[in-house]
Ligand binder design. Structure first.
Ligand code: SF4
Length: 430
């Protein structure tokens, strides 16, 4: 029977460009997973995904090269680990991302991310949306990640353990990037879920199929969108503060030291993930964090110097140039159907061409206009903008080079560059 790939998206599954293979994405609230879960994912990757996994720029994990006939077995194994993929792709509330792990506010961020994921995942009222709906939470606004979410939450204060957040909406990248706008300031935690519900109701009612919230604000304008949201009954609701035990597990920054295992392009072997799980058990309270930079971070609770040496012995000592340059890299045409170029190969060439000044900057490359590596947020971003057919019939990629001066989204510096012109431009940056 033919597979309905469109319907499978809600399970976090995309078809790969290679016949018979699929990608399975796994949601991790704020990028956090336990050592037990990491070891379990490593076993699944070994059994079903060629022994490797991909860390995404939204703090999720993807298993590539999963055979269609094994998708159900993978779903069962993930479920047994307490992990979900529901809504990780397709028209649903995606995994809740966080770009400020390791900050003092991270416990509140992790708690909120877990509550949001519990509330919106698998809830039929928030599935079958016109397109994806992304939520991101940050402990501060330094990295500007809140500008590119459908709902971006920025932690502003906590009272008695409860979070209050600025709520930004209607941001997004893709072919026509747009920064989000501030909907409300200092929304108390009890109002955050109802307010997001109100945004989702307006989005579902007013967006054309296949369009994100940013298109609704373009059509209606900010004032009309604000009014429609405010008219929703949920917009003025306030739930009781969360009861019970805290929802955060990563040791707080005040009592721990952050260490990071660099992972080039987020490409990690299953064996290395299992080793990092063991490291987390010994040094970091049993918790790992997939970072927005596609690395694995730990909040180490004792003897950080020895822990750093142990991490280095495992092969994560930040010793190579590829590990030292901050570079977000999407899968490109290595595995993605939309990819126009081999992003990892291009990134390696760029790293080799970088001088000391440009090498200290933050870089990102996306294999198509979807901009999954968030190139408009990096200091320098690259988007593969198209393919040009040569006289011999071969196709060569063209690149747009973005520059972000530290505010909002980056702008195009140079466009339609050949591979050689891109490398020349990179060399000129110093
Ligand atoms: S940016 Fe394009 S090529 Fe890269 S992962 Fe996203 S859709 Fe695929």
């Amino acid at each position: 029977m033919a597979i309905d790939w469109q319907a499978l998206r809600i399970e976090g599954v995309y078809r790969q460009p290679h016949e018979g293979f699929a990608m399975q994405r796994i949601k991790l609230p704020a990028g956090v997973l336990s050592a037990e879960q990491a070891r379990g994912i490593a076993e699944i990757a070994t059994a079903f995904a060629r022994g490797a996994l991909h860390l995404t720029t939204r703090g999720s994990i993807e298993l590539h090269w999963v055979r269609e006939e094994n998708l159900m077995a993978v779903k069962g194994r993930l479920s047994a680990l307490g992990l979900t993929s529901r809504g990780a792709c397709g028209g649903a509330v995606r995994g809740v991302t966080c770009a400020s792990q390791g900050s003092d506010g991270f416990p509140q961020v992790e708690s909120l991310a877990r509550r949001l994921q519990r509330h919106f995942t698998g809830n039929p009222r928030f599935e079958l949306l016109p397109k994806k709906f992304k939520i991101g939470i940050a402990a501060d606004d330094r990295n500007r990640g809140h500008l590119i979410q459908d709902v971006g939450l920025v932690l502003k204060k906590t009272e008695e353990g409860n979070a209050a957040c600025d709520v930004w909406i209607a941001g997004g990248l893709g072919r026509d990037p747009q920064a989000g706008f501030l909907l409300e300031e200092r929304v108390v935690e009890g109002r955050i879920i109802p307010l997001i519900e109100a945004v989702l109701h307006v989005y579902g009612a007013h967006a054309h199929p296949g369009k994100r919230l940013k298109h609704v604000v373009r059509e209606l304008g900010q004032d009309s969108l604000r009014k429609l949201i405010a008219e929703q009954p949920a917009a003025s609701m306030e739930l009781s503060p969360p009861a019970g035990l805290p929802d955060h597990f990563v040791p707080a920054a005040a009592v721990s030291t952050r260490l990071e295992a660099p992972v080039f392009a987020g490409e990690l072997s299953a064996d290395d993930l299992a080793r990092l799980a063991g490291f987390a058990e010994t040094w970091a309270g049993g918790w790992l964090i997939v970072t927005a930079d596609q690395n694995i971070a730990f909040q180490v609770t004792r003897d950080a110097d020895t822990a750093r040496k142990e991490l280095s012995k495992l092969g994560f000592g930040s010793e190579t140039r590829e590990e030292q340059v901050s570079f977000k890299i999407c899968p490109g045409n290595h595995e993605c159907r939309m990819g126009l170029a081999p992003t990892r190969d291009v990134a390696r060439q760029i790293i080799a061409a970088l001088g000391p000044v440009a090498g200290a900057a933050r870089w990102a490359i996306s294999g198509c206009h979807n901009s999954c590596a968030q190139p408009q947020l990096a200091d320098y971003g690259i988007v593969v903008s198209g393919l040009v057919k040569g006289e011999d019939g071969s196709r060569s990629p063209r690149f747009d080079l973005y520059r972000n001066q530290g505010e909002g989204l980056g702008d195009i510096m140079k466009d339609n560059l050949s591979p050689e012109e891109l490398l020349d431009s990179v060399r000129c940056l110093g």
